[in-house]
Write a protein that binds this ligand. Structure first.
Ligand code: GLP
Length: 267
């Protein structure tokens, strides 16, 4: 894991934007795995700014989102489709025909959505970079604790904690779903590169379990220890529980010097 600890959430978003920008410059037809949640909002703002400044284009890119609520219409303001359109897709030059979420149309069997989504990802050539956040309970996507580490895209029931954590985003009158369709843990692990962003003190415990705890289905994000190419961007608050902090900072500095001296990345 490449671990980068930055001053605050803004710097995390800025560095995330740099990494994604680099990828798109090298590979304009990149297949991006995207995520929702409040942590990613600042990153999308960065990407929009870069696009408006003429630095990056998403014209040839394809995207697959991690998850979508089940039983929430695509045009419902609470759907992840609306979130993605509002925060990102409608503000850049991506062809919306090439943006996908694991959405279950009315009348469709939700159990068929996952295998079709997986097939679509395969047809696109697999995901070049998967963006992920982390839940306070260590979930990635909606892979809640106890999810199979080899799971593929499927229906999942949210835990009471996730339901509670996300309730801040719903008004009293709004239907809040307890079900979602999410990429599985194995689906996420198939991505060629993973970029995880975590900010704020509420994530500190999950981050330390993910990075320094055992690999366990009880902390789904801990499986990332077994991925070959993960970059974790943290702010100070989210990094507060790390025991090995000094080594991460030390490594980051060595890495920077490798970049300066040899123009290469090491992780
Ligand atoms: C949500 C999403 C995850 C997200 C996580 C954290 O429930 N399904 O993909 O990473 O929880 O969200 P936030 O960034 O709002 O803390």
């Amino acid at each position: 894991m490449e671990i980068i600890i930055l001053k605050n959430a803004e710097s995390v978003a800025a560095m995330g934007g740099e990494l994604l920008g680099e990828l798109l410059r090298v590979r304009p037809a990149a297949v991006l795995g995207l995520a929702t949640g409040s942590t990613q909002l600042a990153l999308y703002r960065q990407l929009v700014e870069k696009h408006l400044a003429g630095d990056i284009s998403f014209k040839h890119a394809t995207s697959f989102n991690l998850d979508e609520y089940l039983g929430v219409a695509a045009d419902n303001p609470q759907s992840y489709r609306v979130y993605m359109d509002r925060e990102f897709f409608d503000r850049v030059d991506i062809d919306k025909q090439n943006t996908f979420l694991p959405y279950c149309e009315e009348g469709q069997n939700p159990r068929l959505v996952g295998p079709r989504y997986e097939e679509k990802i395969r047809q696109a050539g697999g995901i070049d970079l998967q963006l992920v956040g982390i839940g306070c309970n260590g979930h990635i996507g909606f892979n809640e604790p106890s999810s199979s580490l080899r799971s593929r895209t499927r229906v999942k029931t949210l835990t009471r904690q996730t339901f509670k954590d996300n309730s801040r985003l719903f008004s009293k009158e709004e239907f809040q779903p307890k079900l979602a369709i999410t990429m599985g843990i194995a689906t996420i692990m198939d991505a060629r590169r993973i970029l995880l962003l975590a900010t704020g003190e509420s994530k500190a415990e999950a981050v330390s379990k993910m990075m320094e705890g055992p690999v366990s289905a009880m902390c789904p994000a801990s499986i990332l220890q077994m991925h070959e190419r993960v970059t974790v961007l943290l702010d100070e608050a989210a990094a507060a529980g790390l025991r090995n902090r000094d080594y991460y900072d030390w490594t980051y500095r060595q890495n920077e010097s490798l970049k300066d001296r040899f123009g290469i990345d090491h992780d």
